[in-house]
Design a protein around this ligand. Structure first.
Ligand code: ZN
Length: 151
């Protein structure tokens, strides 16, 4: 795997933007089900994604970040949740949490792979830092999944 630092940052920016959007949708959905606690978790995750995106943007303000096609970083919709046109609006908290967790793990694995194998040292270092952050998100969601009854 080989990324220039700007390429890597472009991926990270796109992934955080995608996560921010999805979390906002999930929060709205949980609110419409009257699940205020899960909704507020998703609002927190939304805020973390925005904060991470902004901090990446600050680091990249001096460099030109390439534009990417979206397939590489869009959240994956498991078949039971719906297709890529949108969420199943009846998704229950347990499924929503699992879904978010799957995508956090996917982001973590992407960053870990870059951290392990990229030819660029600065990219590897940053990817390791981002992988830790995503691991924290996945762990947080794990705890929520554990105490949420399966739908
Ligand atoms: Zn995350």
């Amino acid at each position: 795997m080989s990324h220039t630092l700007p390429e890597f940052l472009a991926h990270a920016l796109a992934m955080e933007n995608e996560a921010a959007e999805r979390y906002l949708e999930l929060a709205d959905m949980m609110e419409s089900h009257g699940k205020a606690d899960v909704a507020s978790l998703f609002r927190d995750m939304h805020r973390f994604s925005i904060m991470h995106r902004d901090s990446i943007q600050q680091r990249t303000s001096a460099i030109e970040v390439p534009t990417l096609r979206h397939q590489d970083f869009r959240w994956i919709y498991p078949p039971e949740v719906g297709d890529e046109d949108g969420f199943d609006p009846t998704m229950k908290p347990f499924d929503a949490l699992q879904y978010a967790r799957t995508n956090e793990v996917r982001a973590m694995e992407y960053y870990q792979a870059v951290a392990r194998s990229d030819s660029d040292l600065a990219t590897r270092d940053l990817a390791a830092e981002f992988a830790d952050e995503e691991q924290g998100h996945a762990r947080e969601l794990d705890q929520w999944v554990e105490r949420t009854p399966p739908s």
